[in-house]
Design a protein around this ligand. Structure first.
Ligand code: PMP
Length: 446
């Protein structure tokens, strides 16, 4: 077992101070760092040579597992042949090819693609498209945005404004004006230990009607939700909920945005959650799994109608004043094309559906362990919700997360919720091994 009382040679050579780590308790981490050195298939190897199962696909992004040679080769080849080319008033074939490939996967009608470099950028792009679209069609009073409590939409100012994770917002002032939030859909009283989508809670979508009444439909541009909230701890849409949101938004001319940064590219058993749950929004944001996490890239899918509303003015005018230096970056696009080849060849975009019932049984076998108050699952994602220790919310979750790491499994914790999202290449025995470790550590920390 690692111990910082006896720093290993690898750690002695490494100064931990200058890197200010994101979303990390820096002082706690640096007192006993969890340092990964290499990765292959389902496993990381840490700096001391210990194997750690990747129970979270990195950060929900390495859906095809680690060390994929095809991606490495595509990236290396692209850097050698053309390292960078702009996409502002210039172009190169790769993002065009990639956009076409992506529209073969996306829900029918969502066939225009805007490239970004991350989930946060995809969200801000989607919000800006929604606002500009409403103006373009003569609905300029529609400036309000609606998100959801516990929603996570990245860390841009747009994303934290529509997001609903309190800690991500509260240090940063007033944020975007004119934003409201729907209630979240976590309901431990009625839905605890449901396998798959919870039965109760469709009525929470009706809160949107109340917000429309309050503000007036003519003032609301868009609603953004994650079809399944990932970062807040795997919060699932109750049965019928997404469909009801779609009905209400369509009725009132409000755009519906699905943030599929986690659910996109196979996590819930279809290319997109929109397909799995048969609800088509107007805009879908993605990132992460698009390149298997190997190179930063995001993609925003919009309907042709939205795209075409921007194409009305004089042909020489720039239609949408937005974009990133690295939008459609050739190296990222090459990584994405290689990733999509792997997903197609290995059938990974539907693999979560094949594993879902096995995974569900396995996860739910932990019911009855000490402090476990809920277990949630869909596709190849799951959460174990632990009771908080008195006066120390998050302490138990962190202890299990940390304990799992030292015993050979990387999971995530959000407060006292443990989240897992293994690579889609997982075999049943990998899932057994992951759940064995988690179960053991939950018992040890009881
Ligand atoms: N949206 C959702 C739903 C996410 O889960 C995340 C990241 N976990 C983001 C946006 C932000 O993505 P990024 O960290 O790449 O900016």
């Amino acid at each position: 077992m690692n111990s910082m009382q006896q720093p290993t040679p690898a750690q002695q050579d490494l100064s931990l101070d200058p890197f200010w780590m994101p979303f990390t308790a820096n002082r706690q981490f640096k007192a006993r760092p969890r340092l990964l050195a290499s990765a292959e298939g389902m496993f990381y190897t840490d700096v001391e040579g210990r194997q750690v199962m990747d129970g979270t696909s990195g950060l929900w992004c390495c859906n095809a597992g680690h060390g994929r040679r095809e991606i490495a080769e595509a990236v290396s080849k692209q850097i050698s042949s053309m390292d960078f080319a702009p996409t502002f008033q210039m172009g190169h074939p790769l993002p065009f090819q990639l956009a076409e490939r992506l529209t073969e996967l996306s829900p029918a009608g969502l066939n225009r693609v805007f490239f970004t470099n991350s989930g946060s950028e995809s969200v801000d792009t989607a919000l800006k498209i929604a606002l500009a679209y409403q103006r373009a069609i003569g609905q300029g009073t529609r400036t309000r945005l609606i998100g959801r409590e516990l929603g996570y939409h990245g860390v841009g100012f747009g994303g934290i404004s529509v997001g609903g994770m309190v800690n991500n917002r509260k240090a940063f002032g007033a944020l975007l004006p004119g934003v409201d939030h729907l209630p979240h859909t976590l309901d431990l009283e009625r839905n605890a230990f449901t396998q798959g989508l919870p039965q109760f809670g469709i009525e929470r979508a009706e809160a949107l009607e109340a917000l429309v009444t309050l503000h007036g439909a003519e003032n609301i541009a868009a609603v953004i939700v994650e079809p399944m909230s990932g970062s807040a701890g795997v919060i699932l849409p109750p049965q019928g909920y997404l469909k009801r949101l779609r009905e209400i938004t369509a009725k009132h001319g409000i755009l519906l945005i699905f943030d599929e940064v986690i659910t996109g590219y196979g996590r819930v058993g279809a290319p997109f959650a929109a397909q799995r749950w048969e609800v088509t929004p107007d805009i879908i944001t993605t990132a992460k799994g698009l390149t298997n996490g190997a190179i930063p890239m995001g993609a925003v899918f919009v309907s042709e109608a939205i795209h075409d509303a921007f194409m009305q003015g004089p042909a020489g005018a720039i239609e949408f004043f937005h974009g990133y230096t690295y939008s459609g970056h050739p190296v990222a696009a090459a990584a994405a094309l290689a990733t999509l080849d792997i997903y197609a060849r290995d059938g990974l975009l539907t693999r979560a559906a094949e594993l879902e019932s096995y995974w569900a049984e396995l996860l739910h076998s932990l019911k009855g362990l000490p402090n476990v108050i809920d277990i949630r699952n869909t596709g190849l994602v799951g959460a174990i919700h632990l009771a908080s220790r008195d006066g120390a919310p998050g302490a138990r979750g962190y202890e299990v997360f940390d304990g799992c790491f030292w015993q050979g499994a990387m999971i995530r914790c959000t407060g006292d919720i443990l989240a897992m999202s293994p690579p889609l290449i997982a075999e049943k025995q990998d899932l057994d091994q992951l759940i064995d470790i988690v179960s053991k550590v939950i018992k040890q920390t009881a």
